[in-house]
Design a protein around this ligand. Structure first.
Ligand code: PMP
Length: 422
């Protein structure tokens, strides 16, 4: 019969302590797969991460044991499903360091979270003559919604440039920031370069001129401890599927005071207190921003992913991945004709490169023959490609289950690229 899901401790949840990738790999069934006769070496984690058994099992348990709609029924299964959904929000709020649970809104992902803020906060607060400040290393999902908002409101989009190493030019940030800046929207970690941006500093300077700050945490939340209050941001967005959770679920953190004052983004069931044909009174946070039946399965799976991340420890993940990145950087440097894209002061998750011998698409095809999955293309960050004068790059991106052996397999396959194309 239905299980009690709240605070459930799974047997396969790893114990906190130093990170042991060999042990953690056993939690991810897909990592045992072979690709074209070779063991899978999965280095496309910035696109999406693989899922631990704990997440897969949590989703299966939801459907086999307590599937029901939330907030709508007094019957037993609905109560259990509602409890699981609310518990997921509690875990997400704790994970991000929110002050209260209702500061976390479930969305489809980072993209929808940004669109929610652009539509709701943006259309309410941004006026002609205002400015939105973004950076030259944003993912398209943190560019296009602001472009559209500016077009609709008569505001101007300003862009902080990126230097040759892939760092933000902070002198230019200071120059561009002014009393007209309504919002600063900046990525925490670049998905194209791996740059970790100085968010605390950026937020403090933005607040000093009265601008709000949105942080795109799609590439930071899986790799380092995140605390929205320590960062000092007003909004923070991330995607479940990049954090070992399911696709189709993401988080928007917003300061309660701001979310409270914002109009709904979508409307319909679940987001109201009362409806007559004359007047609708909207629900309170967080339901005001969650119209319709939510992604219950997604929230349950994401909660299991957050449990998993917490059990491994974000500090341990950050330290382990940092040393793996250092290893990868020096291993890649010995591949003839390979150029790393940028050398940011602080890097997380991602190393991008080009090769004299072959186009990134050809590189990734040769690597695929060896079972090594990387990404080639513009990574939904075309302005970064333009900045570095390339149409595309090859990108290896790392997760807590990657090892030095994975890096060695990557390097060996890159030598093969040179043998074939040089
Ligand atoms: N921002 C960054 C930095 C990303 O890397 C991505 C995904 N590649 C997104 C936003 C969008 O995430 P999603 O597609 O999950 O909405």
């Amino acid at each position: 019969m239905a299980v009690h899901v709240a605070n459930e401790k799974r047997r396969d949840t790893p114990a906190a302590g130093p990170l042991d990738p060999a042990r953690l790999r056993a939690d991810f069934p897909i990592l045992a797969a072979t690709v074209r006769g070779n063991p899978l070496v999965y280095l496309d984690n910035a696109a999406t991460t693989q899922k631990p058994r704990a997440v897969i099992d949590a989703i299966a348990r939801y459907y086999t044991e307590y599937n029901a709609n939330v907030h709508r029924g007094v019957h037993y299964l609905s109560q259990i499903a509602t409890q699981a959904y609310d518990e997921a929000r509690r875990k997400a709020a704790a994970f991000l360091g929110a002050t209260v649970d209702c500061e976390v809104i479930f969305t489809r992902g980072a993209t929808e979270s940004i669109n929610l803020v652009a539509h709701s906060y943006g259309r309410q607060r941004v006026l002609p003559g205002d400015e939105i400040l973004i950076t030259g290393m944003e993912h398209h999902s943190n560019i296009v919604p602001w472009q559209i908002l500016c077009k609709e409101t008569g505001a101007t989009l300003r862009v902080v440039p990126v230097d040759d190493d892939g760092n933000l030019v902070m002198e230019e940030f200071d120059r561009l920031l002014n009393e007209h800046t309504r919002l600063v929207a900046v990525t925490h970690v670049s998905n194209a370069l791996g740059t970790v941006n100085p968010i605390r500093d950026i937020a403090a300077r933005a607040h000093a001129v009265g601008a709000a700050v949105l942080v795109d945490g799609a590439q930071s939340a899986p790799h380092m401890p995140v605390n929205v209050r320590e960062l000092g941001c007003d909004f923070f967005v991330c995607s479940g599927h990049k954090m070992y959770g399911p696709t189709g679920i993401g988080l928007l953190y917003g300061r309660a005071e701001l979310l409270d004052a914002m109009p709904p983004y979508q409307s319909g069931g679940d987001m109201i207190l009362s409806v007559t044909f004359e007047k609708t009174i909207y629900g309170r946070l967080p339901s005001k921003f969650e119209a319709g039946t939510p992604h219950i399965e997604g929230a349950v799976g994401l909660a299991a992913a957050l449990d998993y991340l917490n059990a491994v420890g974000l500090g341990a993940i950050a330290a382990y991945e940092r040393s793996l990145l250092r290893y990868a950087e020096s291993a890649l440097r010995v591949v003839p004709g390979l150029r790393l894209m940028g050398a940011p002061r602080k890097r997380a998750g991602v190393i991008a490169f080009t090769m004299d011998a072959a186009h990134p698409h050809d590189i990734s095809q040769v690597l695929d023959e060896a079972g090594v999955a990387i990404r080639a293309g513009h990574h939904c960050a075309q302005p970064v490609m333009q900045r570095f004068g390339v149409p595309a790059s090859a990108r290896a991106s790392f997760a807590l289950y990657n090892t030095r052996e994975d890096v060695d397999a990557l390097v060996q396959a890159l030598h093969e690229v040179n043998r074939i194309f040089a």
